[in-house]
Design a protein around this ligand. Structure first.
Ligand code: PEP
Ligand code: MN
Length: 286
């Protein structure tokens, strides 16, 4: 069942499926990631490396992001790489490292699942499942993460409209799982100076159309380390419920996405700036 969202003459008339639709519901759905509540007044920050590379790398990075105030650790074990010859992630070994650091650091963890056959395994190791941009329209995978009952971080397809994005989320909710966070991560446009064009207007639009919390990924959204802080602050100012950012203890040695990864000092400075922005828009970062 679907509803056409057109209760205001100025609204763009797009189709919003019923389960994700905000309708008259003024409250944002709270997504609970092992006790971390996304969708409340607190802006939740996820930090960590693009890919899990080693115990040392994950350990050092996890402690750094935790000390600066991140509530959730990110790190890919199964990586969707454009080239089959690039580092593909540590796979099961990466999940094992993630689980260990989770226990030691007491941080909740999110990691990507790319394949229906791995949902069960990844769900055993993570508090939140990430569906990457390239898989936003992998419908069997969406159904499977829906069935897992785990919170899901659904990233916007790099060539997907808001309407398609919301329909993908609906697949997950249809399986009885409303623990979905929508993540804007940049779309492909004619612009080549940035890795993607970070669509910050998606934040108010998604929040207008849907009750699901909205995150922004300024790392993949720009591809440029120096630009990440500006876009992160802009995202919080525009109403994002949280941010996911790539942080690496030694970005220059990263096996994946080092150019867009903040080092621990840069991340710490940004967190302090974000606290000020959050407060200015009636939110907080603890
Ligand atoms: C990631 O977060 O590691 C990632 C691959 O992001 P995206 O799917 O948005 O490209
Ligand atoms: Mn990455």
């Amino acid at each position: 069942m679907e509803t056409i969202f057109c209760n205001n003459p100025n609204d763009v008339k797009i189709t919003v499926p019923s389960r994700v639709s905000r309708k008259e519901n003024l409250k944002t759905t709270i997504v609970n990631v092992n006790g971390v509540e996304i969708g409340n007044s607190e802006v939740i920050i996820i930090g960590g490396p693009c890919a899990i590379e080693s115990m040392e790398q994950l350990y050092e990075t996890a402690w750094a992001v935790k000390a600066s105030g991140a509530k959730i650790l990110r790190g890919g074990a199964f990586k969707p790489r454009s080239s089959p010859y690039s580092f593909q992630g540590l796979g099961k070994e990466g999940l094992r490292l993630l689980r260990q650091i989770r226990r030691k650091s007491d941080l909740a963890v999110v990691t990507e699942v790319m394949d229906t056959r791995q949902v069960e395994l990844v769900a055993e190791h993570a508090d939140m499942l990430q569906i990457g941009s390239r898989n936003m329209q992998n419908y069997p995978l969406l159904k499977e993460v829906g069935l897992s009952g785990k919170p899901v971080l659904l990233k916007r397809g790099m060539m997907s409209t808001i309407e398609e994005f919301l329909h993908s989320a609906e697949y997950i909710l249809n399986e009885g799982n409303d623990q979905v966070v929508l993540c804007e991560r940049g779309i492909r446009t004619f612009e080549t100076s940035t890795r993607n064009t970070l669509d910050l207007s998606a934040i108010p639009m998604l929040k207008h159309l849907s009750h699901l919390p909205v995150f922004v990924d300024p790392s993949h959204g720009t591809g440029l380390r120096w630009m990440v802080p500006m876009m992160a602050k802009a995202a919080v100012a525009a109403g994002a419920d949280g941010l996911i950012m790539e942080v690496h203890y030694k970005p220059e040695t990263a096996l994946c996405d080092g150019d867009q990864s903040l080092d621990p000092d840069e991340f710490d400075i940004l967190m302090n700036d974000l606290r000020i922005v959050a407060e200015a828009v009636g939110r907080k970062i603890l």
